[in-house]
Design a protein around this ligand. Structure first.
Ligand SMILES: [Zn+2]
Length: 324
């Protein structure tokens, strides 16, 4: 069982890091292409187009649709999480990452499809788009038909809304350097703020494969332009958690979404605590630029002595003295 999970984890990482083109002929995939994953005779993994899949004895179909709507950073991309002391100690003590259920965020656009005034136009378009794939007869511009079809469509939407609540999110800031703005935003008491810095690959490896996680950068958009019933800009309901409003663009958010995870990990608040290997996860720990020396010393000792973590612990140098 454990071996099987390890293999799946390795295979998924291979897919993530080789998702854009066939690893044999180099053909670039476009959305909707069918691709295959499996092993070559040499034992190496391959992610191929249909033509090249005959090179693998164990080729299995992988759909790459739905992976093109979000950017996946390179494995060494730095990811940051800024927090206050309480959240940091909870991370160490539980040895788990906190994932917030999608409807527990303050942002009302979290997982949203568009602006409310565009809903009717979107429904009309979505029903037409969907008609060929389901048993709905082609929707005609007739009010009675519309009402009947809409009932079925409402049922479908109800299912999607239930699915939405199975999405749990861990938010990270992607940047190669520390950010003054993030200290201000995410450590309420900036004197006692702490940031952990990891990389995409470390984060992937530290999470259990049973958590069923997807990874990627958030797309920042003007919602009035999307899903508004014109054929223009569109994203599927299942992809909604990968979009946020342009006004959050400064957050450069990388997110991990655990979809329908192992529900043994649920907290009392109906969020998720997913166990992580802290030594794998944490590359560096940073103390706030405003942290006092005693605070840095105290927390460093706790990290080392109580939790046995020996990663580099650095004080932010954002407040290094300047001269004029
Ligand atoms: Zn190929």
């Amino acid at each position: 069982m454990a071996d099987k999970q390890e293999n799946f984890k390795t295979e998924k990482w291979f897919f993530i890091t080789h998702r854009n083109k066939c690893t044999i002929c180099g053909k670039e995939f476009v959305n909707g292409d069918e691709s295959f994953i499996g092993h070559l005779d040499s034992g190496e993994l391959a992610h191929t187009c249909k033509e090249c899949s005959s090179n693998m004895s164990d080729a299995r179909s992988y759909s790459i649709s739905g992976n093109n709507h979000r950017t996946i950073p390179r494995p060494s991309a730095k990811l940051w999480r800024y927090m206050d002391l309480a959240k940091f100690l909870s991370l160490l003590d539980e040895s788990s990452l906190y994932f917030t259920r999608i409807d527990h965020f303050n942002d009302p656009y979290e997982g949203a499809l568009g602006v409310a005034t565009n809903e009717d136009a979107w429904i009309k378009m979505e029903m037409q788009r969907r008609a060929p794939f389901v048993n709905l007869k082609e929707f005609k511009d007739d009010e009675n038909d519309f009402e009947k079809e809409k009932k079925e469509f409402d049922e479908y939407r109800r299912k999607i809304r239930t699915w939405r609540l199975n999405n749990y999110i861990s938010c990270w800031h992607q940047s190669e350097s520390e950010s003054e703005a993030m200290w201000q935003l995410y450590s309420r008491d900036t004197q006692q703020g702490i940031a952990i810095q990891t990389t995409f690959e470390r984060l992937y490896q530290a999470l259990p494969v049973t958590a069923n996680c997807e990874f990627g950068m958030v797309n920042y958009i003007d919602y009035s332009e999307y899903n508004n019933g014109t054929s223009g800009k569109y994203f599927h309901m299942f992809d909604a958690p990968w979009y946020k409003r342009l006004s959050f663009a400064h957050e450069k958010e990388f997110r991990v979404i655990s979809e329908s995870p192992d529900f043994n990990m649920l907290t009392d608040a109906h969020d998720l605590l997913i166990p992580v290997d802290l030594n794998l996860l944490i590359d560096n720990i940073y103390f706030s630029p405003k942290a006092d020396k005693w605070f840095v010393k105290l927390v460093s000792n706790i990290i080392k002595k109580k939790y046995g973590l020996y990663c580099p612990m650095l004080q932010s140098n954002l407040n290094r003295a300047s001269f004029y």
